[in-house]
Structures are given as structure tokens and as C-alpha cells.
Ligand binder design. Structure first.
Ligand code: THU
Length: 136
């Protein structure tokens, strides 16, 4: 995991806000944007993509992470999640598990439309996680 600069963090937060504009969320009407910083310095974005078969909805964080990994980017340095709400939204349990796979200690930042924010780390969000080491 590489340490992120303040400029990178600003860019990452802006990218997450912009990504929410592409949210496909006709069922929940809950728009989410995510941005992932890879160790290479590149940013990958994602949004939540819902489906008429509700169980197939994919969260913004996982969309962003899968697109980073599909581009060959591992490990990851930071995940930002944005919701157009007044309180910041933490990542769901499934997304925590997926972040753990590629960044077990990385910063996870939630931002919204007010000054409220959550700045934490994956290991604080998902302590004692099941991970690749458990398959050794
Ligand atoms: N959602 C995310 O994209 N990320 C989260 O961490 C929480 C939930 C999405 C899934 C669904 O499309 C909508 O928000 C409502 O749950």
C-alpha cells in the first residue's frame, strides 16, 4: 500500500462524486459513486449498478475494485465512497470483504454532500477478516 498525497486524495474524492452521476439505481434511487486509487497512481471509478433481479445489484465500491483489478492493478491504496446524502455512508459488508482481498489495511473514506465524513481503514471496518491467508 502506497501512502496517498493530499492532491491524490482530492482527485479521488472528486472522481467518486462524478462517478455517482452514472449510477444505475432505478429501484433504490440511492446513487453511489466510488473511486479506487491503485498503487500505480491511477484512479478507477465505479457506481452501483442495479438489476430487475434485485439480488444481482452491484455496489459502487465493488464495481470500482473489479475494474481496477481487471486492468491489472494490485494492490490498491485507497477506496473512496460518495453518496449524495447529508451523512456519510460506510461500505456494506460484502464490499468490505472484497476490499480486504486487495487492501487489508488501506484507508476507506466516505464522503457526502455535507462536511460529514468517515475516514477509517479496512481492518477497522472488518476486524479479524477471512482472507487469502486462511486458504494456505
Ligand atoms: N450500495 C453501494 O453501492 N455501496 C454500499 O456500500 C452500500 C449500498 C448500493 C447498493 C444498492 O444499489 C443501493 O446502494 C441501495 O442499497
Amino acid at each position: 500500500m502506497k501512502k496517498m498525497t493530499p492532491v491524490q486524495q482530492r482527485k479521488l474524492e472528486k472522481a467518486a462524486r462524478t462517478a455517482a452521476k452514472h449510477s444505475y439505481s432505478p429501484y433504490s434511487q440511492f446513487r453511489v459513486g466510488a473511486a479506487v486509487l491503485a498503487d500505480s497512481g491511477k484512479i478507477y471509478v465505479g457506481t452501483n449498478i442495479e438489476n430487475a433481479s434485485y439480488g444481482l445489484c452491484n455496489c459502487a465500491e465493488r464495481t470500482a475494485i473489479f475494474s481496477a483489478v481487471a486492468a491489472g492493478e494490485r494492490p490498491l491504496s485507497c477506496v473512496v465512497v460518495y453518496t449524495p446524502t447529508q451523512t456519510a455512508t460506510p461500505p456494506c459488508g460484502a464490499c468490505r470483504q472484497v476490499i480486504n482481498e486487495f487492501g487489508p489495511r488501506i484507508p476507506v473514506i466516505s464522503i457526502c454532500d455535507s462536511d460529514d465524513r468517515i475516514e477509517t481503514t479496512l481492518d477497522a471496518l472488518l476486524p479479524a477478516a477471512f482472507g487469502p491467508q486462511n486458504l494456505d
